[in-house]
Design a protein around this ligand. Structure first.
Ligand code: SAH
Length: 236
């Protein structure tokens, strides 16, 4: 664990190894591609994307960053996995998309560019860091007053354990084994407390429900079941 930059070296190494898989639609990252239109919709319903400056924290291969750039936003994507960033840059280049990818963390951007972003997205990332509350606080600092923060993660309940870990990683094999550890999952109340302590006001939440027969997800507004995403407003 890297105490200084609030990153878990084993997690980053695991993502380093997966770096070639980001854009294989039927590969390891398939689920992120499947849920991406839903989470992009959740975000673009709540902010005006054309010309908005958006910071995508833990951007991975850029699945969400690219969708936001296509919606007209000016996107900065940060991640600590160098091979992952190389894959993100390669893919965006091939698509003719201008995205500013940097090897950096939310905390670092918060120090260098506080108050510069209209929105920050931090999806499927908080459950992979040692101190997620600090990432939430750093995300809040990157925002302009009135800016919006979006976080998605997995609830820490027995049901989420069964669905996301037992079914998702072992039975249906939707995700690589070892992607999630139960104790690192985050209850919605915890996320809201961290956000409140960082000057963020809760505005909305939705969960993504999986249909194993159709292999599709649907968004359920107001729900915090298993996979959920929440939006917050920076006061001021
Ligand atoms: N947000 C992307 C990728 C999620 S996977 C998406 O939803 O499509 C989690 C990503 O977070 C990985 O790419 C990993 O390298 C990155 N990550 C983990 N810890 C990090 C940290 N402390 N700072 C920045 N990125 C981190």
């Amino acid at each position: 664990m890297n105490r200084l930059c609030n990153a878990d070296d084993r997690e980053i190494a695991r993502f380093d190894k997966l770096s070639r898989m980001w854009w294989e639609a039927e590969g390891t990252m398939r689920m992120l591609h499947v849920i991406n239109p839903l989470r992009t919709g959740f975000i673009t319903q709540q902010i005006r994307t054309p010309c908005a400056r958006i910071l995508d924290v833990g951007c991975g291969g850029g699945i969400l960053s690219e969708a936001l750039a296509r919606a007209g936003a000016r996107v900065t994507g940060v991640d600590l996995s160098q091979p992952t960033l190389a894959a993100a840059r390669r893919h965006a280049g091939a698509q003719g998309l201008q995205i500013d990818y940097r090897c950096s963390s939310a905390e670092h951007v918060a120090n260098e560019a506080a108050g510069e972003f209209d929105a920050v997205t931090c999806m499927e990332m908080l459950e992979h860091v040692p101190r997620p509350a600090e990432v939430v606080a750093a995300c809040a600092r990157t925002l302009k007053p009135g800016g919006r923060a979006f976080f998605s993660t997995i609830n820490r309940t027995p049901k989420a354990f069964l669905f996301a870990i037992v079914a998702g990683e072992y039975l249906l094999r939707l995700l690589p084994r070892g992607t999630h550890r139960y104790r690192k999952l985050i209850r919605p109340g915890e996320l809201r407390d961290w956000a409140r302590a960082s000057g963020l006001q809760f505005t909305s939440v939705a969960s993504l429900k999986y249909n194993p027969l159709r292999r599709t997800f649907k968004m359920e507004p107001g729900s915090e079941d298993v996979n959920y995403m929440a939006c917050f407003l920076k006061k001021g």
